[in-house]
Design a protein around this ligand. Structure first.
Ligand code: HEC
Ligand code: HEC
Ligand code: HEC
Length: 187
């Protein structure tokens, strides 16, 4: 009787040990897989890849090259992923979003309806958070700027979540120079 009890106890302890081994093994595996996926996706994070792989991106890529972020007097290029994905410091959200939108892009490319640039534009404006821009532009009020900029930016910094204070609402052309006459914006 006593022996049976302790045997049961032992068995329970063993299966608990097995379960926790499986559990932690699973976590370690998931983390490794996650890091691997991130490294494997590196080539797909370059602007050249984004702009040359699918025809849907052609206009966006040309318009980017003409924008302040594609070319400026400092010779700094701000890459597609710098704006279109959450910041890299937020490692998990960055990689998860990358995997998700990357997969969706591919699926839509092959199985989706005709690409609607206007719809994508609106979606991009809606989703691009001020955090994305402030990540680099953390000196808005320190810049000389003009008074219109100063008034606008004071409001942005005091109420960053208000809909009218969204950077890309006022700076819609920041990532893509849409008004340029240098090329015709055809697909
Ligand atoms: C400075 C931030 C920024 C950068 C860098 C940037 N974008 Fe954008 N992107 C935007 C914003 C803002 C919009 C929405 C407004 C617009 O369309 O101009 C947008 C819209 C888009 C759209 C939807 C409209 C369309 O033309 O189909 C695509 C696709 C796109 N971007 C791809 C890219 C690619 C590819 C790159 C790199 C070659 C890139 N973006 C670089 C900010 C950026
Ligand atoms: C990876 C860094 C980075 C990100 C992200 C970024 N920018 Fe910039 N931005 C720059 C650099 C570098 C320049 C060119 C130098 C300058 O004027 O400060 C610039 C220039 C600009 C200019 C023109 C400034 C001028 O003097 O004419 C505007 C407006 C601007 N960015 C808005 C935005 C908005 C809006 C976003 C978010 C969608 C954004 N930026 C995201 C780095 C960045
Ligand atoms: C309510 C509209 C509005 C909003 C929202 C806004 N800006 Fe501006 N921004 C302006 C105006 C107006 C200027 C001056 C434009 C000019 O001189 O051509 C300006 C200029 C700039 C410049 C050029 C440098 C300067 O200071 O003059 C940068 C960079 C910039 N904005 C970044 C941002 C970022 C990043 C955000 C979001 C955190 C943002 N802006 C939100 C209206 C706005």
């Amino acid at each position: 009787m006593v022996n049976e009890k302790s045997a049961n106890k032992l068995e329970r302890r063993r299966s608990f040990k097995r379960a926790s081994l499986t559990f932690f093994g699973g976590i370690i595996f998931a983390v490794l897989l996650f890091v691997f996926v991130n490294v494997a996706m590196e080539p797909a994070s370059r602007s050249e890849f984004c702009s040359s792989t699918c025809h849907e991106m052609n206009t966006a890529a040309k318009a980017w090259e003409l924008s302040v972020h594609g070319a400026n007097r400092f010779g700094i290029r701000v890459e597609c992923v710098d704006c279109h994905l959450p910041p890299k410091e937020k490692f998990f959200t960055h990689v998860a979003t990358k995997a998700y939108v990357g997969t969706m892009d591919v699926l839509i490319h092959f199985f989706g309806k005709d690409y609607d640039p206007e719809k994508s534009r609106q979606k991009a404006i809606e989703h691009m958070s001020n955090q994305t821009c402030l990540h680099c532009h953390d000196d808005l009020l320190a810049r000389p700027g003009n008074s219109a900029a100063r008034t606008a930016h004071m409001a942005v910094i005091s109420r960053p979540d208000a809909a009218e204070n969204k950077c890309v609402k006022c700076h819609e052309d920041a990532g893509h120079e849409r008004k340029s006459k240098l090329f015709s914006q055809q697909k």
